[in-house]
Design a protein around this ligand. Structure first.
Ligand code: DOR
Ligand code: ZN
Length: 360
């Protein structure tokens, strides 16, 4: 069957998003809020979001930066540390301040220096989360410098995630931004309480993109893109219709100046193009019939949340992606696929950022 030129699906959710704060938040939020209904907001600010009161304050700042007329629901997360108190955490979930908790192994990625250094110390926290039904979202990479960066996800699964999975069988666990065939196999085999979010960029390019004709910092993120066979495994997983893989953009904006540097930051700002890029992947794989479930149903079902009722339309039409998105007073962001043409367009009017955002 030929691909249709227009598809209408339930409004999707983004199960993994970095919004930052201040003027950056104001600049990036409209791209997500105009396309997605809900998003899981990652807590790796400096200082990180560790307490319920901090999550409530951050949520208020997000809502204050939301352009008028957009209906968007941030789902807040707690940044786990060696000091996280299980009672505080669960109380934060009970009051609705926290949707989930995020495990960053210390020094695995951007702003993870406050993360968990000793996983043994997390046992009481994980036990409490398992009992309370609070999801654990995992950055799945070991930080052992002896482990090659391209092997860090696979080794994490073997050394850390597998044992956590076995020790807390009822805990809902998401392996965030799956990048390897090993991660795909883990999610598939670990049973109904294990899910995996998948980014548009890990579906679109392999590690070669970082070195194509020179060093290309705009393709650098963590976990780093892997070999082509891993990308193919990810594409097969999401287009198979498997219910425990779902959309999580991991849109992680860094200023162009911070990316194009002798020590460039990890992260792609993919919020503007993510949905179109996912549609492109599903179209290329002849699996547009599986797109809605991946984008708008699997995640909500996995987390036990209602499905969104409103709809969004995508049209198969070559669309120019701008090179730069301005951030008031700070510089610009280079969006994923910026400066190229993309095969899909998300219908709807562009929504301008609010100009009254505070810096900081
Ligand atoms: O590339 C990444 N960027 N990976 C992460 O895990 C964090 C993110 C960020 O916050 O910039
Ligand atoms: Zn992330």
């Amino acid at each position: 069957m030929a691909n249709p030129t227009t598809i209408t699906i339930r409004r999707p959710d983004d199960w993994h998003l970095h919004l930052r704060d201040g003027v950056m938040l104001a600049a990036v939020l409209p791209f997500t809020a105009s396309q997605f209904s809900r998003a899981v907001i990652m807590p790796n600010l400096v200082p990180p979001v560790r307490r319920a009161a901090e999550a409530c304050a951050y949520r208020s700042r997000i809502l204050a930066a939301l352009p008028h007329g957009l209906n968007f629901h941030p789902l807040m997360t707690c940044y786990l540390t060696d000091e996280t108190d299980p009672d505080d955490l669960i109380e934060g979930q009970r009051t609705g301040a926290f949707f989930a908790a995020k495990l960053y192994p210390a020094n695995a990625t951007t702003n993870s220096q406050f993360g968990v250094t000793d996983l043994e110390r997390l046992n009481r926290v994980l036990e409490a989360m398992e009992f309370a039904g609070m999801p654990l979202l995992v950055h799945g990479e070991v930080t052992d410098p002896a482990v090659d960066i391209f092997d860090r996800e696979a080794v994490f699964i073997e050394r850390v995630l597998g044992p956590i999975r076995r020790r807390f069988p009822a805990l809902r666990i998401t392996l965030e931004h799956v990048t390897t065939a090993d991660g795909v196999a883990f999610v598939e085999e670990a049973g109904e309480r294990t899910g995996g979010s998948v980014t548009p960029h890990h579906l679109t390019f392999s590690r070669n993109a970082m070195f194509q004709g020179g060093l290309r910092p705009h393709f650098y993120c963590l976990p780093v893109a892997k070999r082509e066979r891993h990308r193919q495994a990810l594409r097969a997983a999401v287009t198979s219709g498997h219910p425990r893989f779902f959309l999580g953009t991991d849109s992680a904006p860094h200023l162009r100046s911070a990316k194009e540097s002798a020590c460039g930051c990890a992260g792609l700002f993919c919020a503007p193009t993510a949905l179109a890029a996912y549609a492109q992947v599903f179209a290329e794989e002849g699996a547009l019939d599986k797109f809605e479930a991946f984008a708008a149903e699997n995640g909500a079902r996995f987390y036990g949340l209602p499905l969104n009722a409103d709809r969004i339309t995508l049209t198969a039409e070559e669309t120019d992606v701008p090179e730069d998105v301005p951030v008031q007073g700070l510089g610009t962001l280079h969006p994923f696929l910026g400066g190229t043409r993309i095969g899909w367009r998300v219908d709807g009017r562009p929504v301008p950022a609010r100009s009254d955002a505070k810096s900081g």
